[in-house]
Design a protein around this ligand. Structure first.
Ligand code: GLP
Length: 240
């Protein structure tokens, strides 16, 4: 894995956006793996800026998002469906029919997950997968556990993730489950870019980069990916 460290969180976004810019400019059709959370927002802003300047277009791209909460209506302000539309899709020229986000309200979640993996494979696989990282080392919603997950699946959120989410939800509305691409689905991406900023991520980054490869820190599996770049600010990199 390659590690790139920047002085400030603001300096991370243009560098990470460059990865998307060169892919979108060099391939006839791109499959983008996208992520939610605060970490990728500056990168999305930068991509919107470049779209508005005529530098990039999403007309010839499809997207697959990493994860979605179970039981939240898509219209909920905290659904990842709403997040992606507000932070990227509504501001660029991606065709809505090429946007794929897991349906956390599907009646048959197993089928929803299997169909999602099949759709990624049918599209030719993900060219570039964007990731954030949870303070407990999770990627997507692959929480620390005894074994690395395989394909897309339904997961129970850990207490630490529920705690991190408490800034967004009231206790009664707090989602306890999510659908997420599995570790194997993520590792199949041709390229992976992970963004982490701030001291709250320093421990997770240390474990992911320098620790043993273990499902107790799901992001540590990225050490085994042949084409993975971590984009960090000094604070997130402070324990390396
Ligand atoms: C959620 C998302 C992850 C994200 C993580 C960190 O758990 N499912 O994909 O990486 O939050 O979010 P943030 O970037 O807001 O710290």
């Amino acid at each position: 894995m390659e590690i790139k460290i920047f002085d400030t969180p603001d300096a991370v976004a243009p560098a990470c956006a460059d990865e998307f810019t060169s892919l979108l400019s060099s391939k006839d059709y791109c499959i983008l793996g996208l992520a939610t959370g605060a970490s990728p927002v500056p990168t999305y802003r930068e991509l919107i800026k470049r779209f508005n300047a005529g530098v990039i277009s999403f007309k010839h791209a499809s997207s697959f998002n990493l994860d979605e909460y179970v039981g939240l209506p898509r219209s909920d302000k905290n659904s990842y469906y709403t997040f992606m539309h507000e932070n990227l899709f509504n501001s660029v020229d991606i065709n809505e029919k090429n946007v794929h986000i897991l349906n956390g309200n599907a009646e048959d979640t197993e089928k929803e997950c299997a169909d999602y993996d099949a759709a990624i494979d049918a599209a030719g696989g993900i060219d570039i997968q964007l990731l954030g990282i949870g303070t407990n080392g999770h990627i997507g919603f692959n929480e620390p556990s005894d074994a690395f997950s395989d394909g897309t699946f339904k997961v129970k959120l850990t207490d630490s993730t529920v705690q991190s989410n408490s800034i967004y939800f009231t206790e009664s509305a707090m989602p306890r489950y999510a659908l997420t691409m599995g570790i194997n689905s993520i590792m199949k991406a041709k390229k992976i870019v992970l963004i982490a900023t701030g001291t709250s991520k320093a421990e997770a980054i240390k474990n992911a980069v320098k620790g043993e490869v273990t499902p107790r820190c799901p992001a540590s599996v990225l050490q085994k990916h042949p084409n993975c770049i971590f984009f960090l600010d000094r604070a997130a990199a402070s324990l390396l």
